[in-house]
Each structure stands twice: as C-alpha cells, then as structure tokens.
Design a protein. Sequence first.
Length: 86
Amino acid sequence: MSKIKGKDLIRLGFKKEFNTPVCDNEEKFYYFVYEINEHCLLISSDNLDSESDGGYYVEFYEIPTIRFTELEDLEELLKLLKKASL
C-alpha cells in the first residue's frame, strides 16, 4: 500500500483549492476536492498536514469520520462511486 500524494490526486481528477487567508499572519495552504455529483464531495487534508504526515488523506465532505489514507483504497472508492452514479 502506498500513501496518497498530491500528484496522485491530480491524476485521479481532484482539483486544487487554495484557502483565502482572513488575516495577514494566517498561513496559506491548499487542499484537493473531487465532486462525484451535486450531493457527494470528497476533500483531502491540506498540504501542511500532508507534509507532516507523509501523505494526504481523503474523506467525504459531510462525513469526516470516514477517511482514506492509502492510494489503492482511494482508487477503488472512486471506481465504485463512478459506477454507482451512472
């Protein structure tokens, strides 16, 4: 099993989103999103967390308790979600 990297998320079709700092001392960061349909969105951890953890994790936007940390599991999830939403 391998950790999820930013290049993997881009290859899988995730879009990079940047935060909008509210104040000058807030650190800029980015994360990735993948819209399955209008009711289902996947979101990654941000680049700051991934640097300290050695890889990204991906979770359902509305269900942060379901988390994927391995690339192979994420690929299988996307395959099943695409199939189910046809």
